[in-house]
Design a protein around this ligand. Structure first.
Ligand code: GAR
Length: 207
């Protein structure tokens, strides 16, 4: 059984997808051990409560320094003996120390087909605003392992859907979440838990 920590900042629909996959047995041999939130107001915290999952708020501005914030999180991750981390709508850049300690054991879900609409300023609804403004015909989501950059780590899974003529950023976001993100994030966690990912530079092979 692998112990998973899910990092959240907002609504937590991706957290919910992980909870639902575990409850239905689609996601196997993974215990959702904890939810880490960067905000006390995140609705994701209620979802964690409802599912009986312990949650911890690590809010950057509660700490004197970035260093203290990172050390506190690392201590909790070690205490809970966490194996895997899923960044599920987590809006804080992960400190290189956590990236190093959990090398290839942290997955992020991003709401575009990377390398489109990623990096600085491309998060949440902005990704879909930018995609529609550019007139792309395909949208989608990407799971990738975390490295020291923003949305630059090795890609694990991608799923695409067509953009519709009457899409707004909100309708596109909703479909990308439901039809792409909520499927490929639990799938990626399963692959990580089963130790099926082989990383070679930027490429990830599924064995
Ligand atoms: C999701 O669309 C996720 O892909 C995105 O934020 C949303 C969070 O929704 N993440 C990023 O933009 C990270 N760069 P949720 O809280 O309902 O899962």
């Amino acid at each position: 059984m692998k112990k998973l920590a899910v990092f959240v900042s907002g609504g937590g629909t991706n957290l919910q997808a992980i909870i639902d996959s575990a409850a239905s047995g689609t996601l196997k041999n993974v215990e959702i051990t904890a939810v880490f939130s960067s905000s006390r107001k995140a609705y994701a915290l209620e979802r964690a409560d409802k599912a009986g999952i312990p949650s911890f708020c690590f809010v950057p501005k509660d700490f004197d320094s970035r260093e203290a914030f990172t050390v506190a999180m690392l201590e909790k991750l070690r205490e809970l003996k966490i194996d895997l981390i899923a960044l599920a709508g987590y809006m804080v850049v992960l400190d290189p120390r956590i990236v190093r300690e959990f090398q290839y054991r942290v997955v992020n879900i991003h709401p575009s087909l990377i390398p489109s609409f990623c990096g600085k300023g491309n998060y949440g609804i902005h990704v879909h605003e930018n995609a529609l403004a550019r007139g792309v015909k395909l949208a989608g989501a990407t799971t990738h392992l975390i490295d020291d950059g923003t949305d630059t780590g090795p890609i694990v899974l991608q799923k695409a859907i067509p953009v519709l003529d009457d899409d707004t950023p909100e309708t596109l976001q909703k479909r990308v979440m439901k039809e792409c993100e909520h499927q490929i994030l639990p799938e990626t966690i399963q692959l990580m838990a089963d130790e099926r990912l082989v990383v070679d530079g930027n490429r990830v092979f599924i064995r």
